[in-house]
Design a protein around this ligand. Structure first.
Ligand SMILES: [Zn+2]
Length: 214
């Protein structure tokens, strides 16, 4: 039986696992030496229960992947690649969860772009209804991804980083500072910031990121 590949967003970032349905008594999870995660479950076990099980094991999975990656250091094997599809699925899920609070302001559901960016976690082209998220977010805790999403949604209402912006952000995500700090802790030189509004208004400065200073 062919296995299915499933991606879920957890505390340690997005985890992709191969689900094998077979006649086993328990839920079994193993991490292969190449970092791939395999779960076997009986056909009757609901997918929600399997996902919850994988989430509970998120820290274990990450530790095992890191351990295997260290063992393979001679060949410099990186952590397993997270596919664009997996990123899109996980980021979309978070955007859909956040959206209702902003739908109330009459904002249409933004389009999602995913890119590898060096100095920004996300950006918002509010005139075009586009939110761009950094693919590297896939390795971050879900709470941090949610922070970036809410931050970018707030730009549809306040396009700058004024006092009004932070008041709005605090209203929608009271603990945003902790989440931001957690996001940036691992990579202190990479601050979250985004394109400053309409391209027309920023000339050729699009590539030079605007930093969040608060
Ligand atoms: Zn911003």
């Amino acid at each position: 039986m062919r296995d299915r590949e499933i991606s879920i967003s957890c505390e340690t970032g997005i985890i992709t696992y191969h689900l094998e349905r077979k006649r086993v008594k328990n839920l079994n999870l193993r991490v292969r030496r190449d970092g791939q995660v395999f779960v076997s479950a009986a056909p009757i076990v609901p997918i929600g229960r399997i996902n919850a099980f994988v989430m509970e094991k998120a820290a274990f999975i990450r530790r095992a992947q890191e351990r295997f990656a260290r063992m393979e250091q001679k060949t410099e094997r990186p952590l397993p690649e997270i596919s664009d599809e997996a990123c899109r699925a996980a980021f979309t899920e978070i955007m859909e969860r956040v959206y209702p609070a902003f739908q109330a302001y009459g904002i249409p559901m933004p389009a999602l772009r995913i890119r590898n960016m060096r100095s920004r976690w996300g950006s918002c082209l509010y005139g075009k209804g586009i939110i761009t998220l950094n693919k590297q977010l896939a390795r971050k805790p879900e709470a941090c991804i949610e922070y970036v999403v809410v931050h970018e949604f707030c730009h549809f209402l306040v396009p700058n980083h004024s006092r009004d912006f932070y008041a709005l952000l605090s209203r929608h995500l009271p603990d945003w500072k902790e989440r931001r700090d957690r996001l940036n802790r691992e990579e202190p030189e990479t601050e979250q910031s985004q394109e400053s509004g309409q391209r027309a208004g920023t000339g050729t400065q699009n590539e030079s990121p605007e930093r969040i200073d608060s």
